[in-house]
Design a protein around this ligand. Structure first.
Ligand code: ADP
Ligand code: XUL
Length: 541
């Protein structure tokens, strides 16, 4: 592999729930461009809310596959209009929301390969026009879906129980995990399923667009399917057969996350001026990409505050359990990462922002500064949709004596939400084995990490300093770093060596001296109340 040149640029994309985003870094790893397309407002013709369609059963949640294709057209046009020089891009990579699936119609690979054609016919057509008939299922199931409970039970039974499945795949069965979604597709929409020649994750689908061919699924995002045997770095036949017999060829072999898949196809060279030598490095899931973007070190804990809130850790010795997920590490396939995912993140914060005095983030933030640490003992659980951890739903408020109450004053409500969200993260991270030790850093990212008052509460609840990185787009940034790493990974250069030049995370909040006592006590009550909320949420027989 040739040396990196001064004028080289590395591009990272993130196909997230609400937006398609891009970040470019130069050879010194400085961010030189950030841009995005917002699905609801920039592509209103798809009529999404928060980037998705919630179906009447309130369990099925999908996004139009072609919306993602059109978003890529739109974003690249926007970048070109802003003068971005695509010819400098030496390598690109990207990420996608985890677990979401794309079903390619039989024959779509031929259409994809026309993107390599040097004939002029396609240069005036955008990607959406070229690929419009390529999908056997037009609405992709996304990570917010929780409609595949029956398939989850069947998979766990086939594996000999939830813990056995977790020992193979890193997680017990989860509704949003792709194997269960594929199984549901086969059972409920067999015609569409049988017209499918390839199933991609959102990440490998996005890589396929740049590659002009089907891109393989990488080990790290592949770990979020309940299908990959983490000890073999290959699909588990037991899980494949339990989900959909004959599935293996529809997925093709998974690859290490740093694999160079090939050069960008001619369509992008001709239409946007990419260099024909620009490499496409395997795309991965947004949480694994964030781990790369934050340059997580063992001992750190990362908290991502986006549409979903997630917590992740670098793991050396995986211990798959009934709670949380273990994935193959995106920057070193011999290592692992642990992930906790909370569905009720930004969208609930937005609902309370709209109800807060002033109806703005300023009003929301000032409610946090005007209320005391510990919220006078008031605790709340805000699960607008069925939560993952715990599997509970609804709004539950408790006063300082653990009595259930029906409302809180507006300011108290905001603090109860934010404290409750962070107490829950700490509670479940501690159950995974996380412990605050001297030197522990909390690294924050995601849209809400731009809010200093929210980060102060995070620092207080965890009793640890909070740091942020240059961009709240850690998944994109991580993909740009991974694009560079892909070029040298084969020669044995480690990811941490490649990102040495990147600027250090910035300290943005330190814990209040009273925080330890207040939140250590509150965490014990919170754990007991969470158990109560969980019992109350269980369907009555
Ligand atoms: P995703 O990648 O999952 O689409 P992001 O990480 O980009 O989401 O986060 C988007 C969210 O960030 C928005 O939905 C919004 O609620 C939140 N956000 C943006 N600015 C602020 C702010 N100042 N305070 C709190 N939340 C914010
Ligand atoms: C992780 C998960 C979410 C999505 C959001 O398991 O479901 O964090 O990756 O894009």
């Amino acid at each position: 592999m040739a040396a990196v040149h001064e004028r080289d640029v590395f591009l990272g994309f993130d196909f997230s729930t609400q937006q398609l985003k891009a970040v470019a870094v130069d050879a010194e790893l400085k961010v030189v461009l950030e841009d995005h397309v917002h699905f609801d407002s920039d592509l209103p013709e798809f009529r999404t809310q928060g980037g998705v369609h919630m179906h009447p059963d309130r369990l099925t949640v999908t996004s139009p596959t072609l919306m993602w294709v059109k978003a890529l057209d739109r974003l690249l046009d926007k970048m070109a209009a802003s003068g971005f020089d695509f010819s400098r891009v030496r390598a690109l990579s990207g990420s996608g929301q985890q677990h979401g699936s794309v079903f390619w119609r039989t024959g779509a690979s031929r259409t994809l390969r026309t993107l390599h054609s040097d004939q002029d016919q396609d240069q005036d057509r955008d990607l959406q026009q070229i690929l419009q008939d390529c999908f056997s299922v037009s609405d992709s199931p996304v990570w917010m879906d929780s409609s595949s409970t029956a398939q989850c039970h069947a998979l766990e039974r086939a594996a000999g129980g939830a813990l056995s499945l977790a020992r193979i795949t890193g997680s017990k069965a989860y509704e949003r995990f792709t194997g269960n979604q594929i199984s549901k597709m086969l059972q409920t929409r067999p015609e569409e399923f049988h017209q499918t020649e390839r199933v991609s994750l959102v990440s490998s689908f996005a890589a396929s667009l740049f590659l002009g061919d089907y891109a393989p699924i990488d080990f790290s995002d592949g770990s979020g399917m309940n299908l990959l045997d983490l000890s073999l770095w290959d699909w588990s036949d037991l899980c494949l057969n339990a989900c959909a017999p004959g599935l293996r060829p529809l997925l093709a072999a998974p690859v290490p996350s740093s694999t160079v898949l090939g050069p960008v196809c001619l369509y992008f060279v001709r239409r946007f001026g990419f260099s024909p030598d620009c490499s496409v490095v395997a795309f991965t899931g947004d949480n694994p990409a964030s781990l790369a973007g934050m340059r997580l070190q063992p001992g750190d804990i990362a908290v991502s505050l986006g549409t979903s809130d997630t917590v992740f850790l670098w793991l050396q010795f995986p211990r798959p359990a009934l709670e949380g997920h273990v994935f193959i590490n995106p920057v070193d396939p011999q290592q692992h990462m642990a992930l906790l995912c909370f569905k009720n993140g930004s969208l609930v914060r937005e609902r309370l922002r709209d109800a807060a005095p002033g109806g703005s983030w300023d009003g929301f933030s000032s409610a946090l500064t005007q209320t005391p640490l510990g919220n006078d003992g008031n605790i709340g659980f805000y699960f607008d949709v069925v939560e993952i951890l715990p599997a509970a739903v609804g709004v539950h408020r408790f006063d300082a004596l653990d009595n259930k109450v029906s409302s809180f004053p507006a300011h108290t409500e905001v603090r109860a939400l934010v404290e409750g969200q962070f107490l829950s993260k700490r509670l479940h991270a501690e159950r995974l084995g996380y412990a605050i030790i001297p030197g522990t850093r909390v690294l924050a990212t995601g849209g809400a990490s731009s809010n200093a008052q929210i980060l102060q509460v995070l620092s207080d609840v965890f009793n640890a300093p909070v740091f942020t990185i240059d961009s709240s787009n850690s998944a994109c940034l991580g993909s740009a770093y991974r694009a560079l790493h892909g070029l040298v990974a084969d020669s044995g250069v480690s990811f941490s060596d490649v990102v040495k030049k990147a600027s250090e995370p910035k300290l943005v909040a330190t814990p209040d001296a009273r925080a330890k006592q207040i939140y250590d006590d509150m965490l014990k009550r919170f754990g007991r109340l969470e158990e109560r909320v969980l019992q109350e949420s269980r369907p009555q027989d």
